[in-house]
Every structure is written in C-alpha cells, then in structure tokens.
Design a protein around this ligand. Structure first.
Ligand SMILES: [Zn+2]
Length: 267
C-alpha cells in the first residue's frame, strides 16, 4: 500500500516537474553564446533583426537557440537543410515570440518542411450533391494543426530580404501556428480572459468585414478570405509595416500589440 502511494506520488511529481526540467534545459540553451556563423547569417539574410532594440535582439537570439534545438527541419525535393536555412527560418518565426522572455516556443509544432521553391498541394472543394473537385494549388507556405509548417525556401528568402514590404511567408505561417495553439485556425488566438476575447473579436471582426466590403491599400485582399487569413495577413503588417497598419486599423494594431506583447511602432 505504501509502495503504491509512493509510486503515485512520484508519478504526480513527474508530471508537475516536467515544465521545470524543460525550462531548465531552455535556460541553458539561451545562455549559450550565439555562434558567430549564425550572427553572420542573421546579418546577411534577416535584416529585420538589426532594427530591433538591443535587448530584443539578445532575447531573439536566445529564442532561436531553443527553436533550433527543439524543432526538426526536413528538406523536401532535394532541399538541403543547412544552418542558413535553420537560422533564417527560426529568426523570423521567433519574432512572434519576442514579447515573452521565456516562451513556450510553439508547443504543438514539431517539424518544418522546406521545399526549394513553391510546392503543389491538392485540396478538395465540395461542389454539392456529394461531388468534390480536386484543386491543385501552388503554395509558398502552409501551416498544419498536427504540428507541421511547410515553407518554400525561395519565398522565405524573398520575405526576409525586404523587412518593410508587409509580405513575409514565415510570419504568415507562424501566425497560423499561434492561432492553432488554441485549437483550430479561426483568427481567435488564445486570450487570457473573456473581456480580452470580446475586445479581440469586435476589433478583428469589424476590420475583417470592412476589408470584405472595400479593398484596402494596406491590408492585402487575401486577408478577406476568412478570419484566420485575416489574422495572418495583419500579423505580417504588424511586424513589417506597423505605421501603416496602426493608421489603417488602430484597433487591430492595439489587439496585436496586446497578443504579441511588443510595440513595433517604437523600433
Ligand atoms: Zn494563410
């Protein structure tokens, strides 16, 4: 009986202690010196990093080290996985985590699949009466709720090269991951209380409906496809064209600043 109780206690402690072990491992990873070769990759490939305040640059480098240690990168169609691929993708993905000193680092994400160029994916479109049409689409990126993000390397490079054009496939797909952390991608990422959830919904829904009725010069019309795409598109703008987004949709900017816990207008 005593042995049984001891075993149960150990099992409970094991469950409780797990985050502590994980956090200790992450703290060690973050404390490691950032490799000079990785620093050069950031300078060459991810110019957005140089625009961040110094404390956020340090924090980003810590997040990159955790991300690369925890996530598997898989090359597809002959794409080689080099440090350049890992660091360029991780740096942009971790921009979304900058507001957190100790982030959970995309808890549901396990793998990043990288294609050399845009890749073809098929979708089934219901036509009614039980008929479906298979569509083949050329994609720069995709985010799955089962723990995968898929990216075209040439589009990753193009998105990073101009950090102020409002188009970035890594920010877009990882915004879907942030959204999917709370379940399905529905444009409703996790917010801590009902008041914030309501405020989020009213700001986002109003701006989404506005975009559906009238094209915007700032927000890409792709954002009008559904609330999940709207959230991903405005996330790209929040980090790459914060002034334009804050002027066009101040309530949306305020909600994103609350979610990501950063203020790119100040960078
Ligand atoms: Zn999308």
């Amino acid at each position: 009986m005593l042995a049984l109780a001891a075993a149960a206690l150990l099992a409970v402690l094991g469950v409780l202690a797990q985050p502590w072990w994980v956090e200790r491992r992450r703290a060690r990873l973050r404390a490691q010196p950032f490799a000079p070769a990785w620093r050069r990759i950031l300078r060459r490939r991810v110019p957005a990093v140089a625009h961040l305040p110094a404390d956020l640059q340090r924090r980003l480098k810590g997040h990159i080290q955790v991300f690369i240690a925890e996530k598997a990168f898989i090359g597809c169609q002959g794409q080689a996985i080099t440090d350049e691929v890992r660091v360029t993708i991780a740096a942009q993905a971790c921009l979304l985590l900058l507001g957190h000193a100790r982030s959970a680092c995309y808890p549901r994400l396990r793998q990043i699949l990288v294609y050399p160029e845009t890749f073809v994916t098929s979708r089934e479109r219901p036509l009614g009466h039980g008929l479906v049409q298979e569509q083949r689409l050329s994609m720069a990126g995709e985010s799955w709720s089962q723990g995968q993000v898929i990216l075209s390397w040439s589009d990753v490079l193009a998105g990073a090269a101009d950090p102020a054009d409002g188009h970035n496939v890594v920010l877009h797909e990882f915004a879907h991951q942030v959204d999917q952390d709370s379940g399905v991608a529905d444009g409703r990422p996790w917010r801590p209380n009902l008041g914030l959830r309501r405020r989020w919904a009213s700001a986002m829904d109003a701006a989404f409906e506005r975009l559906r009725l009238q094209p915007s010069e700032v927000i890409d019309s792709y954002g009008a496809s559904d609330p999940a795409e709207f959230f991903a598109v405005v996330t790209e703008l929040f980090f790459e064209r914060p002034q334009a987004l804050a002027a066009e949709a101040p309530a949306v900017y305020r909600e994103l600043a609350g979610l990501y816990r950063v203020d790119p207008l100040a960078w």
